[in-house]
Design a protein around this ligand. Sequence first.
Ligand SMILES: *[C@@H]1O[C@H](CO)[C@@H](O)[C@H](O)[C@H]1NC(C)=O
Ligand SMILES: *[C@@H]1O[C@H](CO)[C@@H](O)[C@H](O)[C@H]1NC(C)=O
Ligand SMILES: *[C@@H]1O[C@H](CO)[C@@H](O)[C@H](O)[C@H]1NC(C)=O
Ligand SMILES: *[C@@H]1O[C@H](CO)[C@@H](O)[C@H](O)[C@H]1NC(C)=O
Ligand SMILES: *[C@@H]1O[C@H](CO)[C@@H](O)[C@H](O)[C@H]1NC(C)=O
Ligand SMILES: *[C@@H]1O[C@H](CO)[C@@H](O)[C@H](O)[C@H]1NC(C)=O
Length: 309
Amino acid sequence: MRLMAALSTNMLTVNMLLSVFFLPGALPACPEDSDLFITAPRNMKALSGSCLQIPCNFSAKVAEAFNGSRTTFGVWMKRDHKFKTYPKDVIFNSSQAVNPYPMKITGNLNEKNCTTLFYNLTTTYTNRYFFRVENEQFRKTAICYPLQITVTDSPPSPTIEISGELKEKESVTITCSAFTPCPHSPPKLTWNLQQDAHNKIEENTDRTFTTKIQKTITLSDKQDGYTITCSSIYSVNEGQNVKSTEEKVTLNVSCHGKLADVYIIVKAVGIVMLVSTVVIFEWWIRTRHSTKPVKDSAENGCRVFELSS
Ligand SMILES: *[C@@H]1O[C@H](CO)[C@@H](O)[C@H](O)[C@H]1NC(C)=O
Ligand SMILES: *[C@@H]1O[C@H](CO)[C@@H](O)[C@H](O)[C@H]1NC(C)=O
Ligand SMILES: *[C@@H]1O[C@H](CO)[C@@H](O)[C@H](O)[C@H]1NC(C)=O
Ligand SMILES: *[C@@H]1O[C@H](CO)[C@@H](O)[C@H](O)[C@H]1NC(C)=O
Ligand SMILES: *[C@@H]1O[C@H](CO)[C@@H](O)[C@H](O)[C@H]1NC(C)=O
Ligand SMILES: *[C@@H]1O[C@H](CO)[C@@H](O)[C@H](O)[C@H]1NC(C)=O
């Protein structure tokens, strides 16, 4: 009887767990439920009128299921991966000559490279995107790897970084970096340091890009309060317009040389004075105690005290 009760309680628990995990229409268990894995950024920012390069590569959960010798198509869906229910969410299919969204897979799909160029961007393209590969019978969507793309009308400000301590005579490296969603049309960086600094385009570890200018300077007190202004100019709408933004940083150069030396001297003199006062005081106490007997002091110095009290 007790055994039966225990069993039925256990079955109830199992049933509850099953209903929690296998609810119809529940979210997929990730990444276990995905038959296709992709490596791409989770979030990407882009600029309207410009393009976005999405670095992407994929692999099948069962490696042999994908055969690079077969004809391969790449598909991008927006919002939801259930394209049978929402066919309008299929916004790009590389098998089609004309697609709803201006995209192009520039990577070689047969080499598992799904790198995609998304161009002529507008803010309405801000959405979540899913990638799907169609390799004859192997047709799978990376349901666990949505990519959030946010398209804005104005670019974010560049960032100014200063490496090293802002002290006089110190050499510091100043770097201005700007986000570069479209490496085919990178921003142009300019600043009020020296204009001969070359724009460099660097690849980040997630295979996105950053445009930079850099300068190493030796600080002097003349630079204290100097404001560095760095501007990034983006060419948009096929070069018909530009969008620019800037960042400012004020240098606070501490005059290490002069002030610190004065401080050290004042501190040293202070310590010498304190130590000598203690030594003199101690010597004074000792001489009073050792050379004058208690009686004497009672007869001389202390009598006054006793009288006056
Ligand atoms: C994508 O390529 C990188 C570098 O080769 C690799 O480490 C990663 O596992 C690949 N991603 C997938 C999903 O296969
Ligand atoms: C891959 O596909 C090609 C062309 O269909 C076929 O000849 C080859 O045997 C396949 N390779 C594997 C490992 O299945
Ligand atoms: C992509 O296009 C191919 C060829 O027209 C088609 O068979 C496939 O169903 C399409 N994929 C999706 C997800 O619509
Ligand atoms: C993938 O394709 C892109 C665009 O064509 C290319 O720049 C990149 O080097 C390729 N990646 C690999 C790992 O081949
Ligand atoms: C992108 O926009 C430009 C300018 O509006 C237009 O000339 C070009 O054809 C567009 N490209 C695509 C592929 O839509
Ligand atoms: C310099 O000082 C100003 C005012 O105190 C401050 O706003 C600014 O952030 C400082 N700059 C740096 C680079 O620390």
